[in-house]
Design a protein around this ligand. Sequence first.
Ligand SMILES: O=P(O)(O)OC[C@H]1O[C@H](O)[C@H](O)[C@@H](O)[C@@H]1O
Length: 318
Amino acid sequence: MVDRPNKPAALASTPGLPPQPQVHISHANSRVSAVLPTGESVEVLLFGATVISWKDRAGNEKLWVSDAAKLDGSKAVRGGIPLVFPVFGTAPDHAATSKLPQHGFARNSKWEFLGKSSSESASSSHSDASVKLDFGLSSATLDEKTRELWPYNFSAIYSVTLTPDGLSTGIVITNDGKEPLECQVLLHTYLRINDITKVQVTGLEDSEYIDKVDGAQTKSQPGVVAITGETDRVYTPAKGPSSPVVVTEGGETAFSVVRDNLKDVVVWNPWTEKAAGMGDFEPKDGFKNMICVEAGSVRGWTSLETGDAFEGAQTISY
Ligand SMILES: O=P(O)(O)OC[C@H]1O[C@H](O)[C@H](O)[C@@H](O)[C@@H]1O
């Protein structure tokens, strides 16, 4: 019997050439998903433009999503990559965003799928094919109630790029209005890990952070970060955005996060009590299997003059 390679999910035939594997995209059920010829996949919910799944070529999920996460648009998704904009947490002292819910409205708004672009190599292996999915949100498409709470004219484009090497997510926010606006942005990424007690985060050494579980005191990180209890810290890494923040597990690299123009990194794990108190956090011991490493610009405010744009992105590899 002759050994045959598995037939790829989607085939393109060009006259004279054998069929080539392609990036496969589907857009249905209020979500967009893409599968590379090499097997990696990503799934994005239009609600919040939330990435709810990212799998490697063997089908292993790289993101943590709660079993009780609401995927029906009734609540921000507990897991994946919710988008935080235009405020991180709540900001009672910042007049422009003080009326907004925790983490703003981007994660609770319906985004529009703007389309995809894929790049596929000319080689027969197609081992470096990648895909970029673009999503849009603007003041024109926001619901009226939200527009009243934050009456600025803006447009945002969020791009999710899947390659065989990793996942990049990036946002461009433009001030389309006649007055300046101030905002904060964060990519609230829930990384899936096997055992939180074996995890260390490197790349934050000697960095200043705000310890949200210790009276918002400003502290300095002496060495690598280990998680031994509820952790909620806003770091401004001393090494700058292009130096990776690496999550290791049992000494092996599990994820490496490289930032582009996102100066801050939030490290969050709710641990037992906080997880127990969140209705949409299941299983309750799921905190052992996740760590949030959230690239953002959240200490202070980004000011955008009329016509100005802010651009920030992260690339996660493993
Ligand atoms: O429960 P959420 O609104 O999704 O927020 C979840 C978490 O997000 C960030 O990591 C904040 O630093 C935490 O203080 C917050 O608890």
